[in-house]
Design a protein around this ligand. Structure first.
Ligand code: NAP
Length: 239
């Protein structure tokens, strides 16, 4: 029960990495608000409260934050919702796609922190874990909007870590490599195989392996860790 008694919010929690994180936090004793655009109304599954959230809209975050405040206020926020849609470079990318990806990955993370960090400051404690990517740490060709958004997530994490350290709020980023989720199932197999070929551990990761890293950073076991970038990438960024 490593996060017993804590209230956690996880975005993009209907599937993939977000679902694994929500399940792991709940199994370790947290009250979990699992939020996703997939859900149109409030529900509950296995003790987890499922809520509708469009991370790209601040009003949507504010409405969720009000409910979380009524439940006692957030101790843990995991900004996980994300999207990647094409492999275009800067001069080719469709501008609507660009704004959409920046809106979800970058603005969504910003809005999540803006809506919920005040509750942590009032408590004098809290842990934010932002899901960036290996592409928010090293360069990648194509994926112009995705790399821009994940680079911003990495930078915002450090900004928030420094800004709110005095309030007892820790802010860290987790950087998955290739992880077996619906996002990856939708992409061309040759892209995934190319990444596996240059991953030292020689395989794709599991959502639970990312969830374990998030659980650690979210828990009091990481009490002296803030502003860190934790790679969960099979060694991809080591070389
Ligand atoms: P996923 O399987 O596509 O799951 C993402 C979830 O977020 C989906 O349920 C999705 O709903 C939801 N979502 C998308 N836009 C949203 C919005 N505007 N508001 C609320 N929810 C929204 O993706 P994943 O692979 O688990 O990725 C989770 C995170 O890890 C993302 O930030 C991703 O960039 C990052 N990541 C993943 C990998 C990887 O290899 N899988 C690697 C590095 C980083 P829909 O299904 O309706 O879109």
């Amino acid at each position: 029960m490593r996060v017993a008694g804590k209230i956690a919010v996880v975005s993009g929690a209907a599937g993939g990495i977000g679902k694994a994180i929500a399940d792991r936090l709940a199994a370790e004793g947290a009250t979990v608000f699992a939020a996703d655009q997939v859900w149109t109304e409030a529900g509950s599954t296995g003790g987890i409260r499922t809520r509708s959230l469009d991370v790209a809209r601040i009003e949507s975050w504010e409405s969720l934050a009000a409910e979380v405040a009524d439940a006692g206020g957030a101790d843990i926020l995991v900004n996980n919702a994300g999207t990647v849609r094409n492999y275009d470079g800067i001069v080719d990318i469709d501008l609507d796609d660009y704004h959409d990806i920046i809106g979800i990955n970058q603005h969504g993370t910003f809005y999540g922190m803006r809506a919920l960090i005040p509750q942590m400051r009032r408590k004098g404690a809290g842990s934010v874990v932002n899901i960036s990517s290996i592409w928010g740490h090293v360069g990648a060709a194509g994926v112009a909007a995705y790399t821009a958004s994940k680079g911003a997530v990495t930078s915002m994490t450090k900004n928030a870590a420094l800004t709110y350290a005095a309030d007892g709020v820790r802010v860290n980023s987790v950087h998955p490599g290739l992880i077996a989720t619906p996002m990856i199932a939708a992409q061309d197999d040759s892209i995934s195989q190319g990444l596996i070929d240059v991953t030292p551990l020689g395989r794709i990761g599991r959502p639970e392996e990312v969830a374990n890293a998030v659980l650690f950073l979210a828990s009091d076991e990481a009490s002296f860790i803030t502003g860190a970038q934790l790679m969960v990438d099979g060694g991809f960024t080591t070389g």
